[in-house]
Design a protein around this ligand. Sequence first.
Ligand SMILES: [Zn+2]
Length: 498
Amino acid sequence: MSTSADTSVATLTDYEPVIGLEVHVQLSTASKIFCSCSTQFGAAPNTNVCPVCLGMPGALPVLNRKAVEFAVRAAMALNCRVNETSIFARKNYFYPDLPKGYQISQYDKPLAEFGFIEIGAKGKDTDKSVRATRIGITRVHLEEDAGKSLHEGFSGSDEKTAIDLNRTGVPLIEIVSEPEIATPDEAYEYLTRLKEIILYTGVSDCNMEEGSLRCDANVSVRPRGQKELGTKTEIKNVNSFRFIREALVYEIARQVEVIEGGGKITQETRLYNAHEGRTYGMRSKEQVHDYRYFPEPDLLPLVVDEKWKAEIAKTLPELPEARRVRFVNEFEVTEYDAQVLTAAKSLADQFEAAAKAAKNPKRVANLVQGELMGRLKAMGAETEQSPISMNGVAASADLVESGAISGKMLKDLYDLCFERGKDFPEVYEEEGRPQQSSDTSVLEKIIDEVVAASPKQLEQYRAGKKTMLGFFVGQVMKASKGQANPQLVNELLTKKLE
Ligand SMILES: [Zn+2]
């Protein structure tokens, strides 16, 4: 089956994909959601367990208050309405990594509903492959994680599967989007924004390798203009946003091909193989679930009253979207750069602290935008990989501000920083703290030489072509290897030429 990029582009003109995402986020509490076992990652298998999370008969769950706080904080950051009363429910199914035979989750009365995430920046300079729109969030609910099956040669056997129950009972929130995502690019953007927001709230480390953030995608296609939805498939167990995008591109093309060939889409769960770049249907016996949800009899309804909500609301930091708007207004950076600068809270904090400590905050913003981002982009590096720290940028900005170095010298020093992989203050020291030349006698000598070497230009200038001044300034700057103080050169030249 061909699923090249060409195919997917062609299919999108006739068919409209409809995508909804379900994201599981592990909350960074010290202990599990219904017992006091540790949630520490990487402990020896089956050491962080007790009768409650092992599902022993008669053991009773006790709700972790911190998990509720974290879930509410995340829900608020996702613009959700937090329900005063929500109900835990048993989701019944049999699987070896689920010792109780059911998972405690929430069903018809979830913790929070009716949220949204803004996607697509509105600036002129931003990528237009993603609409600037809001993607609705249907619900955010609390649940416990299941254990982990260890296949593939664990204990030296290809036939046996081992179970690690350390993860059983670790608190999760499930964030379910409305089926309002129109393209794989938008799905990628939605996930990027979601992760950014959750990281800002500090309720999870969102570490995908350790499974702290997991995503399932529901996707269907329908002929453009048709109202009713097509049959959807669910893509499970994809461990990076890039792979989700690839899996969706593949799956959309596959569905269109099936329909175009006169076939029908089967509602099923599919797995994505990143090596092969394609999805596979799982066996049919795992496709159909009847979870027989019913209210969890061992837990009271969860009540988050107005007072508690207000307390939690106070712990919400300024969120990335608001910060972006503020950076654009306060530092006059472009929408795109505001996005890069706010992508991680730590980077945004560093930038803001450095900018505010500098003599001229806007100059710091300009340098980050013009000199730093430009160089990083050219080498395809991320902002975190920059050899020049935000404090380094601020230090260099102050040197230009005070007239100690020229803009040209700053550029050269930045080049050296990137060559040597060192921060600005270090390279500035290594170069012997260069200063732009404000020594009048030295500059006058250079000016004399330049003027003497350009009789034609001098004639033109004296004949009234005042724009030739720029030529002379350029020649003097060049002769001084960029170290002359441009303002002073301007002054001296004007005097000399008149
Ligand atoms: Zn336990």
